[in-house]
Design a protein around this ligand. Structure first.
Ligand SMILES: *Cc1c(COP(=O)(O)O)cnc(C)c1O
Length: 411
């Protein structure tokens, strides 16, 4: 990190970045959508590539001087195609939301019907939330999860047959079960709908072979690159050759201008890292750590939605404790654990308060945490929930969390 340059120009910002590094070093990061990018990924994001305009596709740009960024973007595209085994990829979406917007822009017309997972049941804003473009410009029908936190596929099928959506979206921001892409494809085929798989959260698990892949089932696969995939902040769209030209046009000139070639270089590096055999071990460890954490919490008499997890994420169900998700997420921050409040199925509280806390293991797994460490994390969380009014006890828990952080330096 070129902190010296920043400090010379702007000590105010430099100091805040420094403090953020220390914050990250000294907290146990359980926000399921976050991770810790490698130094190489971060370095690429801070290069001269940020100076370059490159509207268009590699070797078909609207600006001159693109020969080198063409080569960089081509590397990113070829690597991500290899990583997921797809025919076509567009690495230009600035984020996961932009990737999804581009698919909507290509596959749908204003007002078309879309069947997606409800936000409060684990879906994403871009899957049809009324405050998002997806919910404002399309006719949204939503499916949710049952009390065990599982998608009821028969209900998805029933809704599809009834509403005849043009597109069905699977993939979630908070879903702790394996997604049955084949079943979704069968339902989509019954009603002639496109299937979009948004693997933003599980991309690293899919790449690492510990979650089934939607390739071969979904017409469009979108992802972020910064969650379990451990790259820079950004998005990717993957599809078959049939949709390639249309998807590319939807990204540019449809919804974006110039691509972020510095971020695309960082994506290329992240894909190279994810193609290494070590990444398979990393992905497997994410899941092992999540299972160990879920078990530790349940052993401490804390409820988990669906009684465990099959991937990297789970939701603590606080209903029997009388505490809210908001309070517990704030409490955890005081002891040095970062997580976010989240609704549980049939949550009696509002989305601003909630009765749950979502926790996940991609970031701590990158740091090197193993199952034993996750058991300790589970004990710290469970104790924090019980001793929440006792300052001395909370200080003691904070020291235990700090000890784990010291054991595994961030960089
Ligand atoms: C995080 C996420 C996104 C959006 O990604 P951003 O980069 O934040 O725009 C889209 N879909 C799902 C399922 C996600 O979890």
């Amino acid at each position: 990190m070129e902190m010296n340059f920043i400090n010379e120009t702007d000590p105010e910002v430099a100091e805040l970045i420094d403090k953020e590094l220390i914050r990250q070093q000294n907290t146990i990061e359980l926000i399921a959508s976050e991770n810790i990018a490698s130094k190489a990924v971060m370095a690429a994001a801070g290069t001269v590539l940020t100076n370059k305009y490159a509207e268009g596709k590699p070797y078909k740009r609207f600006y001159n001087g693109c020969d080198l960024v063409d080569q960089i973007e081509t590397l990113a595209v070829e690597r991500v195609k290899k990583l997921f085994g797809v025919e076509h990829a567009n690495v230009q979406p600035h984020s996961g939301a932009q990737a999804n917007m581009a698919v909507f822009f290509y596959a749908l017309k204003h007002g078309d019907t879309v069947l997606g997972m409800d936000l409060s049941n684990g879906g994403h804003l871009t899957h049809g939330s009324p405050v998002n473009f997806s919910g404002m410009y399309f006719n949204i029908v939503s499916y949710g999860v049952n009390e065990y936190g599982e998608i009821d596929y028969n209900n998805v099928e029933k809704l599809a047959l009834e509403h005849k959506p043009k597109m069905i979206i699977c993939g979630a921001s908070n879903y702790s079960k394996i997604i049955d892409f084949k079943r979704f494809k069968e339902i989509a085929d019954k009603v002639g709908a496109y299937l979009m798989a948004d693997i933003a959260h599980i991309a690293g698990l899919v790449a690492g072979g510990v979650h089934p892949s939607p390739v071969g089932y979904a017409d469009f696969i979108t992802t972020t690159t910064h969650k379990s995939l451990r790259g820079p902040r950004g998005g990717v769209i993957m599809c078959s050759k049939e949709h390639a030209a249309g998807i590319d046009k939807a990204v540019f000139p449809g919804i974006q201008g110039g691509p972020l070639e510095h971020i695309i270089a960082a994506k290329a590096i992240a894909f190279k890292e994810a193609l290494k055999p070590e990444f398979k071990e990393y992905a497997a460890q994410i899941v092992k750590n999540a299972k160990a954490l879920a078990q530790s919490l349940m052993d401490e008499n804390i409820d988990i939605v669906g009684n465990g997890t099959e991937n990297h994420v789970m939701t603590i169900d606080l209903r029997k404790t009388g505490k809210t998700g908001k309070d517990v997420a704030n409490l955890l921050e005081r002891v040095g654990i970062t997580a976010n409040k989240n609704t549980v199925p049939n949550d009696p509280q509002s989305p601003f308060i909630t009765s749950g806390v979502r926790i996940g293991t991609p970031a701590v797994t990158t740091r090197g945490f193993k199952e034993d460490d996750m058991i300790e994390v589970g004990k710290i969380i469970a104790s924090a929930i019980t001793v929440c009014d006792n300052e001395v006890a909370l200080e003691n828990l904070k020291a235990r969390a700090k000890k784990l952080c010291d054991k595994y330096p961030l960089y």
